[in-house]
Design a protein around this ligand. Structure first.
Ligand SMILES: Nc1ncnc2c1ncn2[C@@H]1O[C@H](COP(=O)(O)OP(=O)(O)O)[C@@H](O)[C@H]1O
Ligand SMILES: [Mg+2]
Length: 245
């Protein structure tokens, strides 16, 4: 079982979309669990789910199996909560609260091939929990001026808190929402010489990706021949070929 957190401290870079669409590719032959750690619960919303158990219930000690909902064959989800303050407040006096999720996910070791955690652009309790249990941290980056700064900051953070992370944790970036034009191309080309941990494949801007989250479908099913579907397939292929996931 590999645990993958999708993190960037910047909003709107394609975290939620990538969490969903990478799962869309993996589900063909792997069993996946999605965890929605964003308090806006966009990932949960994109599947049109209503379920009274969420990651909140997992964190306050309920049986994790009761908080998992099946979306379709090979895809389950632990939905997200809207109210952030409750969780932070309710766990205020809990000790070792950064490892709650890690301990809970150990129970699922035999059940899933991949767990993908969609995080908020903010380093708080749920994100810390996600980092601590991750084998891989994936960071979608929009290719424009300064956008790599966020990637560097996260890289530094991972080094700083390394003692509490898994030994062989990997931080991998990829460009997403890549628009047509010279500027994005230049950023991507420049990064090529500097970063070993940014993938060669990237995700182009695709309106179909926006559409499919509105109808609750994965791009590989909704519009399998579009750039969006092709790009996520190639991205997953590269991640697997390089043994990152
Ligand atoms: N490759 C893409 N092409 C076009 N629109 C995209 C792409 N990736 C994401 N989007 C859109 O951009 C917005 C922000 O994406 P989202 O995945 O929610 O970002 P984040 O989770 O990082 O805040 C959403 O409306 C989403 O549909
Ligand atoms: Mg999001």
């Amino acid at each position: 079982m590999k645990i993958i957190s999708i993190i960037n401290e910047k909003g709107g870079t394609g975290k939620t979309t990538s969490t969903r669409e990478i799962t869309g590719v993996l589900k063909k032959n792997k069993k996946c669990l999605l965890i929605d750690c964003d308090y806006q619960a966009n990932l949960t919303g994109s599947f049109g789910i209503e379920f009274d158990k969420t990651i909140y219930n997992v964190m306050i000690g309920e049986n994790i199996n009761n908080c998992i909902l099946e979306i379709e064959k090979n895809v389950d989800i632990i939905p997200g909560i809207i109210n952030s303050r409750d969780l932070e407040r309710d766990l205020e006096w809990e000790s070792e609260k950064e490892t709650i999720l890690k301990n809970k996910l150990e129970e699922l070791e035999k059940k899933y091939d991949y767990i993908l955690i969609d995080c908020r652009p903010d380093m708080r309790l749920l994100e810390k929990n996600a980092l601590v249990c991750s084998d891989v941290v994936l960071t979608p980056i929009e290719p424009h001026n300064y956008s790599l700064d966020g990637f560097d900051i996260l890289e530094e953070l991972l080094k700083t808190i390394n003692p509490i992370l898994k030994n062989d944790i990997k931080h991998i970036g990829f460009f997403s929402r890549v628009a047509i034009g010279n500027a994005p191309k230049m950023v991507i080309e420049n990064s090529d010489n500097v970063y070993e941990n940014i993938l060669d494949n990237y995700i182009r801007h695709s309106v179909k990706l926006q559409e499919c989250s509105l109808v609750g479908k994965f791009i590989v099913d909704y519009a399998p021949r579009t750039n969006g579907a092709l790009d996520y397939k190639n991205l997953v292929k590269e991640l697997q070929n390089k043994n990152f996931i």
